[in-house]
Ligand binder design. Structure first.
Ligand SMILES: Cc1cc2nc3c(=O)[nH]c(=O)nc-3n(C[C@H](O)[C@H](O)[C@H](O)COP(=O)(O)OP(=O)(O)OC[C@H]3O[C@@H](n4cnc5c(N)ncnc54)[C@H](O)[C@@H]3O)c2cc1C
Length: 639
C-alpha cells in the first residue's frame, strides 16, 4: 500500500477556509442521501451527534456501541464544561483568542486551519445545545454563565454544574432517539466492532461481536465513521470509564489507517490519588475546581501537621509563585509536572509521596459555602464519598493521572483517514489538540466534528466516491469474520493461569513509570523490551475462561488488552523518536533551565503518523509537516 498524507487544508485566508470549503465541497442531493448507508461506531458525544445529524440529513445510519445504552458512553463522565468563544463575559474573548489559546496550549503541534475552524464552530455548538434544552448554568439576568479553565485568561467555559457531559449527551441522545424512532438510525447496543472491512481499498463495513450471544457478524455500508473515544486506559489506572479502549482504532490501524502522535497523552493534574495496588480506577476532580481552589504544599519537606495547623507563611502556593499571570489555571501539562516535581522533592501531603492540596478555604471565606456548593456540590460529594474527608473543611488531596489522549487515527481536514471512506471523529482521531489539550475543549471538538463538520464532509466523499454495490455476502466479509473468530478462539485457547487484569495492571505500571509524566531514552527502551516480554507472557499464560458463544466479559477485556499490548509499543516508539519536549510529552533530556518543556521546532514540527507493518516488523513513520502562519512559534509562557 502506498501511503499519501494529504491534509487537504483549503487555500485562502484562514478565516474563510471553512466557509469556502463548504461551498466548494460536492453535495449529495436529498433524494440520493436515502441510497447511502453509513456506519457510525460509537454513541458518545461525537458518535451520537454524528449519527443523529446524518440521519436528519436523510442518510441511513447504523450506530454501534458496546454499552447497553448509547447514553452510557464515556462522554457522560465529563464534568467541567465546554468552551465556546461567545464572549458573554465581555472579558476580551474572540474566535481568534480561542484559536490562539488552543494552538499555544497544544504546544504548537496541531494544524492551524483545523483549530481555527474549531474556534469558529464553538459558538454554534452552544446554540444547538441550548435549543435542545441542555440546562447550562445561567447568571441571575438569564444569560448563560461561564467559568475559567486552564490555559486561558478569559472565562469561556459553559457548564451544567459538574455534569456537563451528561447533560450534553442527553441532548445528543434525544436527537439520536428521534431518528431511531423514525427508523433512520438502527441502534446496535452491546455490540463490539472487532475489525473493519476494506473492499478495493475503501472502508465498506465492519465485523462485530454481539456481546450477549457471542455471535460474530458483518455489516456493510458506503462509509464507516469511528467515534470510539480515547485510549488512556492503556495505563490501566486512568480517569476513563473502565470500558474505554483502543480496539476499534487499532484494528483499523492494522488494516492500514495511520496512527498519529500516539505518545501525546494527557496526565490530568487534579485526580484523587491512587491508594493501593488493588485499585482498578481513578477519579477525576474537575479542572473547574481550579477556579476557586488553591494548590499548595508545605514548604517544609515531610511536614506531617494537619493542613489547618500550617500557617500561610509556611505554605508554598507553587503555581501562583511560579506563574503569576495564570496562577492555578496554568494548562494541565504544566500543573501536572509541577505537582510531580513538588512530590519528588519531598513535599507530598499523602503518605507514600503522591499528593498536593487543593484548598477551598479562602474561596469559602470569600463567597460562602452555599456559593461553592452551588458551583461544585456534586464534585465535593463525590470526593467525600471516596475519601471519607469533607472538602468544605479540609483541603482536597490530588495527584496527576492519565486522563485523555490527544493521539489517534490520522485524519485530513475532512476528518477522513488515509483509508478512503473511513472517517474518524471525537477523541478517536488525532484531533486539534496538538501535544496538550486545554480543559473543556474535548467536548467542543467532539460536538464540532459530529454536528457541524462530518455532515458536510462525508457528503463530499459519498458524492464522488463512485462505489460499487457491496453487501455482507462479499468475500472480504467472510475473510475478516474468519480472522475475528480465529482470534477469539485463540484468546480462549491459551487457558493459562494469569488474569487479564493482572497483565493489564503490569502494562500500566510499565507505561506510567517510563512513558508517563516524564520520559527518557533509556526508560523508553526498557519499556519497549518489557512490553515485548509481557506480550509474549500474555499469549502463553492469560486465563480467560468461559466460552465465545455467550456473554463473556473476561473475553471482551482480553481482546482489548491484547490490543493495548501491541499499541503500547507504538506509543513508546513514538515517544522515543520525538527528541524534544512538548505538552504532555516531556523528555527529561530536553528541558529549559527552569524545567519547562524545550521544543525543537526545526526537527519536530510535524505530525508523526505511523504505519503498521505487521507483527515483529518496525512500524513506518510518515511525517505531516506543520506550518504556523498565524500564531507565532514561541516557547510557551504562562508567567
Ligand atoms: C472524568 C472525565 C471528565 C471529563 N470532563 C471533560 C470536560 O469537562 N470537558 C471536556 O471538554 N472534556 C472532558 N473530558 C473528556 C471528554 O469527556 C472525552 O474526550 C469525550 O467525551 C470523548 O467523546 P467521544 O464521543 O469521542 O468518545 P466516548 O464518549 O468515549 O464514546 C466512545 C463510544 O464508542 C463506543 N465504542 C468504543 N469502541 C467500540 C467498539 N470497538 N465497538 C463498538 N463501540 C465502541 C463506546 O461504546 C462509546 O459509545 C473528560 C474526560 C473524563 C475521563
Amino acid at each position: 500500500m502506498t501511503v499519501e498524507l494529504r491534509s487537504r487544508v483549503p487555500d485562502g485566508p484562514i478565516e474563510q477556509k471553512w466557509e469556502r470549503h463548504r461551498f466548494e465541497m460536492k453535495l449529495v442531493n436529498p433524494a440520493n442521501k436515502r441510497k447511502f448507508d453509513v456506519i457510525v461506531v460509537g454513541s458518545g458525544l461525537a458518535g451520537a451527534s454524528a449519527a443523529a445529524s446524518l440521519a436528519e440529513l436523510g442518510y441511513r445510519v447504523s450506530c454501534f456501541c458496546f454499552q447497553d445504552s448509547p447514553r452510557r458512553a464515556h462522554s457522560i463522565a465529563a464534568q467541567g464544561g465546554i468552551n465556546a468563544a461567545k464572549n458573554y463575559q465581555n472579558d476580551g474573548d474572540s474566535v481568534w483568542r480561542l484559536f490562539y489559546d488552543t494552538v499555544k496550549g497544544g504546544d504548537f503541534r496541531s494544524r492551524e486551519a483545523n483549530v481555527h475552524r474549531l474556534a469558529q464552530i464553538s459558538v454554534d455548538i452552544i446554540d444547538q445545545c441550548v435549543a435542545q434544552g441542555v440546562p447550562f448554568a445561567r447568571e441571575y439576568g438569564g444569560l448563560l454563565a461561564n467559568r475559567s479553565f486552564g490555559g486561558a485568561q478569559v472565562s469561556r467555559t459553559f457548564y451544567a454544574r459538574g455534569q456537563t457531559g451528561q447533560q450534553l449527551l442527553l441532548g445528543a441522545y434525544q436527537a439520536l432517539s428521534r431518528q431511531i424512532g423514525l427508523g433512520q438510525v438502527t441502534m446496535h447496543p452491546r455490540t463490539e466492532m472487532l475489525d473493519i472491512v476494506l473492499v478495493d481499498g475503501k472502508a465498506r463495513g465492519i465485523v462485530v461481536r454481539d456481546l450477549v450471544t457471542g455471535r460474530i457478524r458483518s455489516h456493510a455500508a458506503h462509509a464507516v465513521v469511528l467515534a470510539t473515544g480515547g485510549y488512556a486506559n492503556v495505563y490501566f489506572l486512568s480517569t476513563n470509564a473502565k470500558g474505554c479502549n483502543v480496539t476499534a482504532t487499532w484494528r483499523a490501524a492494522k488494516r492500514g489507517a495511520l496512527f498519529a502522535n500516539p505518545c501525546f497523552t494527557q496526565i490530568h493534574p487534579t485526580c484523587i490519588p491512587a491508594h493501593g495496588p488493588h485499585q482498578s480506577k481513578l477519579t477525576l476532580m474537575s479542572e473547574s475546581l481550579r477556579n476557586d481552589g488553591r494548590i499548595w504544599v508545605p514548604r517544609q519537606k515531610g511536614d506531617t501537621r494537619r493542613p489547618r495547623d500550617i500557617p500561610a507563611s509556611e505554605r508554598d502556593y507553587y503555581l501562583e509563585r511560579l506563574y503569576p499571570s495564570f496562577g492555578n489555571l496554568v494548562p494541565r501539562d504544566v500543573a501536572s509536572r509541577r505537582a510531580k516535581e513538588m512530590c519528588d522533592a519531598g513535599h507530598s501531603v499523602v503518605p507514600g509521596g503522591h499528593g498536593v492540596y487543593l484548598d477551598f478555604r479562602d474561596a469559602i471565606q470569600r463567597l460562602g459555602q452555599p456559593a461553592i456548593a452551588e458551583r461544585y456540590g456534586n464534585l465535593f460529594d463525590m470526593y467525600a464519598r471516596i475519601t471519607g474527608e469533607n472538602p468544605y473543611e479540609v483541603p482536597m488531596r490530588i495527584y496527576p493521572a492519565p486522563h485523555y489522549t490527544m493521539g489517534g487515527l490520522w485524519v485530513d481536514y475532512n476528518l477522513m483517514s488515509n483509508l478512503e471512506g473511513l472517517h474518524v471523529i471525537g477523541e478517536a482521531n488525532f484531533s486539534d489538540h496538538g501535544a496538550n489539550r486545554l480543559g473543556a475543549s474535548a467536548l467542543m471538538q467532539g460536538l464540532a466534528d459530529g454536528y457541524f463538520i462530518l455532515p458536510y464532509t462525508i457528503g463530499d466523499y459519498l458524492a464522488q466516491a463512485n462505489l460499487t454495490p457491496v453487501d455482507e455476502s462479499h468475500s472480504a466479509f467472510r475473510q475478516v469474520e474468519a480472522e475475528v473468530a480465529e482470534r477469539t478462539a485463540r484468546l480462549l485457547g491459551v487457558n493459562g493461569s494469569t488474569s487479564v487484569d493482572a497483565l493489564h495492571r503490569e502494562l500500566g505500571r510499565i507505561l506510567w513509570d517510563r512513558c508517563g509524566m516524564s520520559r527518557t531514552r533509556a526508560g523508553l527502551e526498557q519499556a519497549i523490551d518489557a512490553i515485548h516480554e509481557l506480550r509474549d507472557r500474555f499469549w502463553k499464560d492469560v486465563y480467560v475462561g468461559g466460552k465465545g458463544e455467550d456473554l463473556n466479559q473476561a473475553l471482551e477485556k482480553a481482546g482489548r488488552v491484547a490490543d493495548f499490548l501491541e499499541f503500547a509499543e507504538l506509543l513508546c516508539e513514538d515517544a522515543l523518536q520525538r527528541e524534544e519536549s512538548c505538552g504532555g510529552h516531556f523528555r527529561e533530556e530536553y528541558q529549559t533551565a527552569d524545567g519547562e518543556a524545550r521544543r525543537d521546532d526545526a526537527r519536530f514540527s510535524y505530525v508523526a503518523a505511523w504505519e503498521w507493518k505487521g507483527a515483529g516488523t518496525a512500524p513506518m513513520l510518515h511525517k505531516e509537516p506543520l506550518t504556523f502562519e498565524h500564531v507565532h512559534l514561541a516557547q510557551r509562557s504562562y508567567k
